[in-house]
Structures are given as structure tokens and as C-alpha cells.
Ligand binder design. Sequence first.
Ligand SMILES: *Cc1c(COP(=O)(O)O)cnc(C)c1O
Length: 449
Amino acid sequence: MNTLTATPVGGPTLPQERRLVTDIPGPRSQELLDRKSAAVAPGVSHTAPIAAVAAGGGVVVDADGNSLIDLGSGIAVTTVGNAHPKVVAAVQQQVAQFTHTCFMISPYESYVAVAEALNRITPGAFAKKSALFNSGAEAVENAVKIARKYTRKQAVVAFDHGYHGRTNLTMALTAKAMPYKSGFGPFAGEIYRAPMSYPYRDGLTGPEAAKRAIAMIEKQVGADNLAAVLIEPIQGEGGFIVPADGFLPALVEWCHVHDVVFIADEVQTGFARTGAMFASEIFGIEPDLITTAKGIAGGLPLAAVTGRAEIMDATHGGGLGGTYGGNPVACAAAVAAIDVFEHDGLIERAQQIGDILLPRLRALQQSDPRIGDVRGRGAMVAAEFVDPETGDPDAALTGAIAKACIAAGVIVLTCGTFGNVIRFLPPLSIGDGLLSEGLDVVAAALAAH
Ligand SMILES: *Cc1c(COP(=O)(O)O)cnc(C)c1O
């Protein structure tokens, strides 16, 4: 070889190019995929049939030496860029110092520093506190625990198309049966589902959609029983659904009047992704509690609940936590990543990426009526594919385009309750040239189908 024998070091110094030297998957990737199907439970599926060996900037390199453009960031995780040098340095230093004490046994500084940073950068000019966990689902579970303890009420309202995780409580909170829930019940009780604002499909204004949701909540749940309203400010897995203006503020207002905790699940939208530090800012809302994970630590597993101090203070000692929650290596990574979000212009970069993605996709939509809707904010943008005659979701076309893009060296992800949405979530470290080339490939795949 060839590029194949030596494993390249990841990070932004990787050659920033789309390069195909074999079919996807190549022989080395296929070898790993064969081992995977023999050794790994099939419930854990994969999107891109490759064996990843390095990533950084805007590319993922596989074991065969193919370099793919990354428009997915491992589901909105490597927002600062994969193997970001500041994250790598912080992790290397911490891992050599100590790897674990358990914060509930012997506390350490980096956990407290992450909590302080989250309290400072999340929306809301009120006193806040945070608690750290391992995954987004765990953060959502804990936000629900905290809201129930604080309000002494039990019911929780989630929304159509919502996604909150794969644990038992978060499966109940998640809307879509297949693949997330099917066969995995029984589910946790006291979960109710309200209609979402989905402007492309419901045609309602924000206040109209809020009125519809609140009417359902009042009639079918009752504020006296309701601990929390849980919502993604822009829905992620459900299809990058951006609610109409006024929808979220009306819900927040109703929650405040009725002693209901408003929880914004910003696991996917958080940390500069939408062109604001948190998507709640775009809609002018100050949630009582915010859940975060994904982009928080440059790829290391970490999650948090952050919110009003008086609500967080309702929990009793030992009621929250976990063996690994706020692991020191993940916290060191988060301190570094949050520093990058705040000081390296990433909010502006996410806006610039949106300024490339949205017009390009809208131009495609002009010439191809199978793109029913283009929506999103910043570096969280999607196209919804439909039958132009009926407006029905076209999941088959969506899947075929995504598959063709990956075969051509561009990693794109699909989403949506109806499986008919392609979402664009590039790392903010991607260059303009690579991003445009990725979109060229998407356009060519669309033209070919
Ligand atoms: C991914 C996601 C979760 C679950 O996070 P995990 O880390 O996979 O448990 C929860 N909420 C939203 C909005 C997500 O996008």
C-alpha cells in the first residue's frame, strides 16, 4: 500500500478529502463486519458499513483507506470535531493522573467545573445547579425523577415524534415504536403524549398548536397530576421538526402558571449545534430543567441535568448519582470542549454551516418536488422526502439516497417518524469545500433516483 497498512492519526490534521480506494465496504471493513455479525447482538445495527480507524475535521477514515465526508458527527456528538486537539490533550493528562474515584466517594475538581460551566452557559438568569450522568437517556430519567420529587406529582407529558432514549422510562417517553420500543414493554406508567407543532404537516401557527396540546393535557392528564412537560426544542430522531414560533413559549407559560416543571431535552440540540449555544435561546424560552449529552464532551460519554437551584435542591442526599456519572476523563474532555464552544467561534461556525446547507437544499427543493420540506437551524438541518402527488412520506427514496451517499463516500443519517428525512449534522470543524462536496453527492444521488 498504500494508505492501508499504517493507521492514520485522527484529528484535524487528517487529509481533508473524500477518497475512495475500494468499494464500500472494502475487504478490511467487510472482515470486521463479519466478525461483528458473529459477535455483536444484531439489535445494535450500523448505518455506514465501514471499519472506522481515524476521524477528524470533516472526515472518517476506514480500514481500507477510504476517507468519507462526515455529515453526521456520530449523531451530533463530535460537534467540536473528532479527536479535537484540546480534548485529546485534556483526556491524556487526566487519564494518566487518575481514571476514577467515583464522585460520590471522593469528589474532584473537573466535575464541579463542568457543573459551574453548565450553570453559566445554559439559558436562564437564575441560580442553577447541575448533576452529571453517562448518557442522554440517563439524564432524561434523572430530570423526571427531580421534577417528580420537586412537584410531588407523577405524570409526565412527552410529544408526538419525541425521542428521549432506549432505557425503560425513556422508551415510554419516546414516540416511535419501531425500532425503539417494539417488543420491549411493558413500559413505565404515568407517561402521556401530546400533539407536537409540526408546521409542514399540521399547518397550525405556534399558538394554535400550543392550544391544541394544552387542551389535551388539561383534559386527559390534568395539571394537578402533572410533574413535567418534556420536549426537544427542535426534535432530533423524530425528523428535525422545528416547532412554529410561539409554540414553546406558550407551553412554558402554561407550565409556570400550573406548577409544572418544563424540561427541555437539548441532548441533540445543545452546544452550538443550532447556531445558538442552546436551541431554547432561539425560541426565547428559559426551561426549568435542561438535559444535555451528545456534544458536551467531544465524543466522551457524559450527560447532565441543569436547572433552577430550587428544583435541583428538592433531591435528597444519595437520591441521584451513579458509579460512573461525571467520570473524571469525560469531565476533563467536557471542560476542554466547552472552552472550545465558548472561545473558538463555534456558534458563528454553526450559523455559517446553516447558511451553506439551507440555501443549497432549498435550491434542490425548487427543482425537485420530492423534497417536501427543508428545515432546521445552524448545523442541524434536514430535508423531508415525499410523494409529490400525495405528500405521503417516501421512506424508500430516503433510504435509497442515504445508501447511495454512503457508497459514494458521504456519511448521511436518516430520521423521522416516517423514516423519510435526511438530516445533516456535520462536525463544526468541517471545511466549506468538503461540506459543498458532500451536498454535491447528495444532489447527484437524488438525481439518480
Ligand atoms: C440521543 C438522544 C437521547 C438519548 O441519549 P443517549 O446518550 O443515546 O442515551 C435523548 N434525547 C435526545 C433528544 C437525543 O437526541
